[in-house]
Design a protein around this ligand. Sequence first.
Ligand code: SAH
Length: 346
Amino acid sequence: MKRLIDKLAEEHDLADEEWRQLIAGEYDRSLLYAKADEVRRRYYGTEVYIRGLIEISSYCKNDCLYCGIRRSNENARRYRLTKEQILECCETGYGLGFRTFVLQGGEDAFFTTDYVAGLVREMKRRYPDCAVTLSLGERERDDYQTWFDAGADRYLLRHETADKAHYEKLHPPQLSWEHRMQCLRDLKDIGYQTGCGFMVESPEQTAEHLIAEMRFLREFQPHMVGIGPFIPHHDTPFYDRRQGSLERTLTMVALIRLTLPQALIPSTTALGTIHPQGRELGLRAGANVVMPNLSPVSVRKQYALYDNKICTGDEAAECIACMTGRVASAGYRVVTGRGDWRNGCS
Ligand code: SAH
């Protein structure tokens, strides 16, 4: 297996049968994680970038079958932050050393294109040294262009699965895989640092789907890749489906690092939710970003995409202190700075 791991580290791609073997994980995976760590250190040393995540709305017009804030979940408690609240989160975050703010939310019609553009402009006016990342779902190209022109730097839109038929098992008929993929192409084309990603072991996912994920990433060459285990939410149609495993998620993190050596890869909250040291293990398997929560504590519990989400009770300052300790315990260091994507020269 060592031969395959080395081959992937050098060529960033494999034949289907080779992918299948590495994904299956029936070997000493510490070899894979160690190689991924070696490659991440080559490009990023021991640096870990922090992003302040601000969850701006739990209203959503979509009805994704896996998601706790899906439209038809009548038990979901809904909130939306005001502009003032969002800017307060930034102020707190800036004081704590954050230089990237991520605005994430359900697809909420209240946040019109102009409203978000105004918000981005104000954030960039107040904090010109900060990067603004948006994660507000699918829009049209013109909207994305307007936000980019307003100063947004990055966009996160997980494609959720690279397989159209699988996509249709996870989403209602109103949503289309083609449109989601088109959004990603538009974002990259406009000039955003673009992030895609998928859930590991979402319902009906097979090893063949994971091979397709690796092929898609290789072809699309995103700047960022966010993955985390699928975790069931009790008020969704997938309430009784199995949670994604730690080992499978770590394997995929490592394979992504070897396929896209320069990618920014977060060690996600979902990974921390399924295992007390999940995020530390993610970092050691090749991840180099963490996204502590900057949302007001009063709304944290209401942004419930899945059950048992961690970090819903702590103030931002506690989150960053906890995260800094966790990163150090894994053998890395949190750095203050925008933490932009680097091409190999720097
Ligand atoms: N509405 C935005 C933000 C989505 S929330 C958008 O469409 O991009 C961010 C991510 O959380 C989703 O893309 C999905 O991959 C993940 N997620 C949602 N429900 C989940 C669940 N039950 N388990 C694990 N991850 C989930």
